[in-house]
Design a protein around this ligand. Structure first.
Ligand code: DHB
Length: 396
């Protein structure tokens, strides 16, 4: 079995794993990333597309900003739409000039992969059977089968579990004796489309409507991304293009807004879950991103949260290698959890305020409208949304 030695073994080549590898490299620490998918699959998976100001700043500051600055669409506000009218949340004046940038997750991954490879980084795509051994000892290792079918071993000092929501590494933190999982399921899902169409709006629209929530987003001047609230058991086969556009028009059109139709070329259903596992460390294994937590999509926080985790983790790992001191490693969970729970709350709050609950009486919907009215009418309310939407500080 061929053996490679590295400082940090990273399982998962999504935003958390690749950004961790990049940040470690800038600190002079080497790592190997093991990813089960091929590079083409990683670079082609459609996910959310909104980067917080923190994520943009980190990318720019660490040399990943060229294409982002050229192709990303900076947004200085969003619209909350209810009662047939739009209510703008103006980030500039409410957050001291902070903004978000629409730049899809797979574009971030392309930039990270290109940069890691240009810097001589070691990313193994298409690996299978990755198993962590000895993570409670000082000499952990990972065995895996490479894309040619050869068994391989990676000896390392630290292991990062960045293998997403279908994680295997989380299971290495013993449940109940050490690990507690906090989970919430929602009674709705999103139907997402990509369409060749002109933008329907200059800014994202989050619409609360009696027929259910709708979100108007964008990708490029020619490609739009929209979502509709649907039942979690619904299927894409039930939705013809005409039905989708008709539903979007009904839920969004009105004073100051009119959806522009186009040719739909991608349809998918996204489930809604909130999840946090505590702690996020066991011995020399550290979880980051979706392996440790999932947020419902409203507010587009998932990737941003993963990047915030590895920002903290990379500094803790650096402190360990430079000073032979575990203090920051042992503080990792306690350092990242407050921000994770704040983000969980925001995603839950936006979801609860904007979606129609099945079996809900008229009371529930009127209560939501009153809440939206309260939040949008008050500067304090708008500030609360704006601060959380553009992103809270990376370290609380
Ligand atoms: C997008 C996704 C989100 O979850 C959101 O809140 C805003 C935008 C998007 O994919 O564009």
């Amino acid at each position: 079995m061929a053996t490679t030695r590295t400082q940090v073994g990273i399982i998962g080549g999504g935003p958390a794993g690749l950004m961790l590898s990049h940040l470690l490299h800038l600190q002079g620490i080497d790592s190997v990333v093991l990813e089960s998918r091929t590079r083409v699959e990683v670079e082609g998976t459609i996910r959310a597309g909104v980067l917080e100001q923190n994520t943009v700043d980190l990318m720019v500051d660490t040399g990943l900003g060229d294409r982002l600055k050229r192709e990303g669409l900076e947004h200085h506000g969003i619209e909350l739409r209810f009662g047939g009218r739009g209510h703008r949340i103006a980030f500039d004046e409410l957050t001291d000039g902070r903004a978000v940038t629409v730049y899809p997750q797979h574009e971030v991954l392309k930039d990270l992969i290109e940069r890691r490879l240009a810097d001589g980084g070691d990313i193994r795509f298409g690996v299978s059977e990755a198993r962590v051994h000895g993570h409670e000892s000082d000499t952990p290792s990972i065995t895996f089968v490479d894309s040619d079918g050869n068994e391989q071993k990676l000896d390392c000092a630290l292991v990062a579990g960045c293998d997403g929501s279908r994680t295997e590494t989380r299971k290495l933190i013993p449940e109940s004796t050490v690990r507690t999982d906090h989970f919430r399921q929602y009674p709705f899902a999103w139907f997402g489309i990509l369409a060749e169409a002109p933008p329907s709006s200059d800014e994202l629209i989050y619409a609360n409507h009696e027929r259910g929530f709708a979100l108007i987003s964008t990708r490029t001047p020619d490609v739009q991304r929209h979502y509709l609230q649907v039942d979690p058991n619904d299927s894409v086969d039930n939705w013809s293009d005409d039905r989708i556009w008709d539903e979007l028009h009904q839920r969004v059109d009105g004073e100051g807004a009119e959806i522009k139709d186009g040719k739909i070329f991608q349809k998918s259903i996204l489930q809604f879950r909130s999840f946090v596992c505590e702690p996020m460390q066991h011995g020399n294994l550290f979880l980051a991103g979706d392996a440790a937590h999932t947020v419902p999509p409203t507010g587009a926080k998932g990737m941003n949260l993963a990047i915030a985790d590895v920002f903290v983790l990379s500094k803790a790992m650096d402190h360990f290698f430079v000073n032979s001191d575990r203090k920051l490693l042992e503080a990792y969970t306690a350092t990242v959890l407050p921000r994770i729970w704040r983000t969980q709350h925001f995603s839950w709050w936006m979801s609860s305020m904007l979606h129609r609950l099945p079996d809900e009486s008229g009371f529930g919907h009127r209560r939501q409208l009153a809440e939206l009215d309260m939040v949008t009418r008050s500067v304090a309310g708008r500030t609360l949304i704006a601060e959380n939407y553009v992103g809270t500080p990376l370290i609380f």
